[in-house]
Ligand binder design. Structure first.
Ligand code: G3P
Length: 214
């Protein structure tokens, strides 16, 4: 499973990249707004920093304008994926961008059938939001496994990117159901390496090592 970092913060990306954890990056308008910088500048900087795919989201809702925005975003770097919301106009845009050989990520997916429609339009990636589904009292991971099942049933090659990941269990379950990609904030990524028994074991080894001449 690929790990993407879900942030527009270049420092976080550098820190995660230095540890070898970054296969790609996802951004959204809310994450870019937190940087206080211009959208295209942020995306260009991120694309220079990583080898993998970088999702950059359009902010219009009408297909003609979304398509133009997508073309502009795709020009910023070779590794840009144009992120488009899961609305009818978005799917028209996905079909047009796909015809131009531009990669797309259909975002804000909350039902398996939405994911099927995104794949039929030609989406490269589909992004179900597990944490936000959990917030409603439903089970976000059921959504992910149903999407994977449907894609397998029909040999659809759209990749499933689990988004809105909030904790390590979401990452574990994503890997168990065979998601292609999990995108997560840096703090979740960091928590994946930790285990109290590792810390306890290391403390004991270091203590015992002091008894042995080096
Ligand atoms: O990739 C989508 C993600 O950023 C949404 O996460 O925590 O705002 O639901 P969250």
């Amino acid at each position: 499973m690929k790990f993407y970092i879900d942030t527009a913060d270049i420092e976080e990306i550098r820190q995660a990249n230095r540890r070898g954890w970054v296969d790609g990056v996802t951004t959204n308008p809310s994450l870019v707004a937190k940087t206080g910088r211009r959208h295209h500048e942020v995306i260009k900087d991120i694309c220079r920093e990583v080898d993998g795919l970088v999702s950059a989201e359009v902010v219009s809702t009408e297909s003609e304008t979304m398509f133009k925005e997508g073309l502009e975003l795709a020009k910023l770097a070779d590794n840009v994926v144009v992120k488009v919301p899961m609305i009818e106009e978005g799917l028209i845009t996905v079909k047009k961008l796909t015809a131009e050989r531009i990669k797309t990520n259909v975002t804000l997916v909350f039902s398996p059938i939405q994911a099927l429609m995104a794949a039929k339009a030609g989406a490269t990636i589909v992004s179900p939001f597990v944490g936000r589904v959990d917030d409603t009292g439903a089970n976000g991971m059921n959504l992910v496994s149903q999407i994977i099942q449907i894609y397998q049933n029909y040999d659809l090659n759209t990749q499933v990117l689990v988004a809105s990941i909030r904790h390590p269990i979401h990452v574990l379950e994503s890997a168990l159901v065979g998601a292609h990609i999990a995108t997560m904030p840096f703090n979740v990524m960091k928590s994946l390496t930790n285990h109290p028994l590792t810390d306890k074991g290391l403390a004991q080894f270091l203590k015992d090592a002091q008894k042995v001449p080096q």
